[in-house]
Design a protein. Structure first.
Length: 198
């Protein structure tokens, strides 16, 4: 990457957009490089099972360049692209066939043991525990709807503020708060069910 998001002047980014619309391949490449951290962060945090992150990122870029003529300068390019990336991820999650609930049989032996004994106690002595815990969290999150999964990921895993979530998703604050509350309740039920199934 040539420059970080913070170092790139908005006027330069708008210039790349204008040049990309005129067919300048170099400007298009610069725009992709500039937007890569935004796109890949969203894709990684909302990646459907059995899907390659680079394939999904490529799909986001295709939509971005397809819709580039519709871009108005009323919001930063990064926010506009974030919404496209989030929508693309949600659409992929919706189209993927998922089971409505997570069962103990869906977990590996290590994951089941973490649920049974408590991840916090095991993590102290097990170097692989963070990876196992992350996989367990991903599987539990997959039981949520794409929208609820997005809200929980942004608020809890990425520690975004409500205002940041609003900018990324385009949803209003009451909707975000209600979705977050309901998603947390669903997660709690799934984790309690896993404990009792053991």
């Amino acid at each position: 990457m040539s420059e970080s998001l913070e170092q790139t002047e908005p006027s330069l980014v708008y210039q790349w957009v204008t040049q990309a619309l005129a067919g300048d391949q170099g400007a298009s490449r610069q725009l992709v490089e500039h937007l890569y951290p935004v796109v890949i962060r969203i894709v990684r945090s909302h990646l459907p099972r059995r899907m390659d992150e680079q394939d999904l990122a490529q799909e986001v870029y295709m939509k971005v360049f397809d819709r580039l003529p519709q871009y108005r300068r009323d919001v930063p390019v990064e926010h506009w692209v974030s919404r496209i990336a989030v929508t693309t991820c949600i659409d992929k999650l919706r189209s993927q066939k998922r089971r409505p609930e997570l069962r103990l049989a869906d977990l590996t032996e290590d994951e089941a043991a973490m649920v049974e004994k408590g991840a916090a106690l095991e993590a102290e002595n097990d170097q692989a525990a963070p990876l196992k815990a992350r996989d367990l969290v991903a599987k539990v999150l997959e039981t949520l709807s794409p929208e609820d999964r997005l809200i929980v990921s942004l608020l809890e895993l990425e520690e975004k503020s409500l205002k940041e979530v609003q900018l990324i998703t385009g949803w209003n604050l009451p909707l975000i708060k209600v979705r977050a509350f309901r998603a947390r309740q669903k997660l709690k039920k799934h984790l309690e069910k896993l404990k009792w199934d053991i």
